[in-house]
Design a protein around this ligand. Structure first.
Ligand SMILES: NC(=O)c1ccc[n+]([C@@H]2O[C@H](COP(=O)([O-])OP(=O)(O)OC[C@H]3O[C@@H](n4cnc5c(N)ncnc54)[C@H](O)[C@@H]3O)[C@@H](O)[C@H]2O)c1
Length: 451
């Protein structure tokens, strides 16, 4: 550990990196720094995760255990719940959750607790980077004052004349762009945006990340970096709402929206395809835009696109449940008392993540209307208690021909690649398809209801 760390120091070899929050974002990042030759301590408050990591085990489906085990064995990676060990780190990266609370307002308690855990251990010349998605101003307004409580200073400064402003430690924001399950773009290929509280902090963070990603994109401030992440996610949220609304209209008009999207996507400029579905899921897209809406109120500003997109996307699970009711009605059946098998609880295909999954809402609505609900998901053998739902009694039903035939209706909520859609349609009585997953199924199409 160096006691005279300059911004250039962080572009050098053999760094000690502390990563706080070993989840979907923090764990891959930790392994990437190990690959680049640095020594990483992963800090987490979850004792089970710490124990598993130190035993070389993985708890995230797409992160292989052997990779963790290899770095544990080589003493490049260890996990800890002892935050006093933050003192050993040259750089500390914060990857803790930023959810919404019950009133759908930003819950920054994880970030705040983390800053309070760092503060008494903060060392002169350490680099602290917040990676958790949040509203513009969080790094400067929330994290910085807590870190400065111990007496070390990191002045907010920008511009050419502040290039070498004196600073006791370095503080930056760099949003994570991880896309779990994306085989085309991994962490190392995705450019990383970096903004410092002052120019030396920006340079320190650039130096650090340039060792693990192909391209670092420096921006002038933490606020620009924070807002960049929100723009990216709001762009997705609004465009998904747009195609969801156009899907509802197309269904009414008898136009195939998926064919329309594929056809529009042949335009080589000015268009990017987004696909409709049963609603928004995942930790980011349903949550992050509301961080900005909340902050905007401080400026007397109404973020109307965000609110409208939220309204359209929130209505989609209700639409999917109504489609099940209508399909059963066409077969002289009521939703009340019918057996409905829901396929896919993960929020998107081929991932073992069900945070904010619209399927959870669909299952709740089906149950409230009297349906007997079961589910299948190859990534979840059983469900557990969550913040808003308790499905701890449910286990994944095996997808046998007999089981498929036993339900009055099967609804495809998440289009996992491993599903045999021909067999599903062949054996089910009715298939309500929210994702156009059955597009290549030729036989028995009269059983399929696209919604
Ligand atoms: N998952 C994604 O695809 C993704 C993509 C981009 C950005 N993000 C953002 O990254 C941040 C982290 O998301 P995630 O998906 O990795 O969350 P996660 O829930 O998978 O992981 C967070 C980890 O932090 C730990 N933790 C909670 N409080 C802690 C504390 N005080 N100290 C130490 N550890 C603590 C939890 O035990 C957990 O292991 C969020 O702000 C999220 O919005 C996530």
């Amino acid at each position: 550990m160096s006691t005279s760390r300059t911004p250039e120091f962080f572009a050098g070899p053999n760094l000690n990196v502390g990563i706080i929050g070993c989840g979907y974002v923090g764990l891959p990042l930790a392994l990437r720094f190990c690959e680049a030759g640095h020594r990483v301590i992963g800090f987490d408050t979850d004792a089970v995760k710490v124990e598993k990591l130190n035993a070389g085990q993985s708890y995230i489906q797409h992160i292989p255990a052997d990779k963790i085990a290899q770095f544990v064995k080589a003493k490049k990676f260890s996990a800890s719940a002892d935050f006093a060990r933050l003192r050993e780190a040259d750089a500390v990266l914060i990857c803790v959750p930023t959810p919404l609370d019950e009133r759908r307002e930003p819950d920054l308690s994880y970030v705040e607790h983390t800053a309070r855990a760092i503060a008494p251990n903060l060392q002169r010349g350490q680099l602290i980077v917040l990676e958790s998605t949040t509203y513009p101003g969080t790094t400067e307004e929330l994290v910085l004052p807590i870190l400065e409580q111990g007496g070390l200073r990191c002045p907010i400064a920008a511009g050419p004349d502040k290039q070498d402003v004196a600073t006791d430690f370095f503080l930056a924001f760099s949003p994570e762009r991880e896309d779990p399950g994306n085989k085309q773009f991994g962490l190392a290929q995705i450019p990383k945006v970096v903004g410092g509280v002052n120019p030396p902090s920006g340079r320190a963070a650039q130096g650090l990340y340039s060792q693990v990603v192909a391209r670092v994109v420096p921006v002038s401030s933490t606020r620009v970096a924070e807002m960049t992440k929100l723009l990216e996610n709001i762009f997705r949220c609004v465009n998904i709402a747009l195609v969801n609304e156009l899907k509802l209209l197309s269904l009414r008009m008898g136009v195939d929206i998926w064919e329309v999207i594929d056809s529009a996507a042949t335009k080589p400029f000015g268009y990017m395809p987004f696909y409709p579905g049963p609603g928004l899921g995942g930790h980011c897209i349903p949550v992050d835009p509301f961080y900005l809406s909340w902050k905007a109120r401080e400026y007397d500003f109404a973020t109307r696109f965000i609110e409208l997109a939220g309204e359209v996307n929130t209505a989609m699970p209700y639409h999917a449940v109504q489609a099940v009711a209508d399909a059963l009605n066409n077969h002289q059946k009521s939703l009340k008392g019918s057996g409905v098998l829901v396929l896919g609880v993960a929020y998107k295909k081929d991932v073992d993540d069900l945070r904010e999954s619209p399927t959870l809402k669909i299952m709740q609505l089906l149950g409230e209307r009297g349906a007997k609900v079961d589910y299948n998901d190859p990534y979840f053998a059983q469900l557990h208690k969550m913040r808003h739902y308790d499905y701890s009694h449910m286990k994944s039903v095996e997808l046998t021909p007999a089981n498929l035939a036993a339900y009055d209706c099967v609804i495809i909520a998440t289009d996992h690649s491993s599903y045999d859609y021909d067999a599903i349609v062949a054996h089910a009585k009715i298939v309500v398809d929210t994702r156009n997953a059955t597009r290549r199924v030729a036989a028995n199409r009269q059983k399929i209801v696209l919604c």
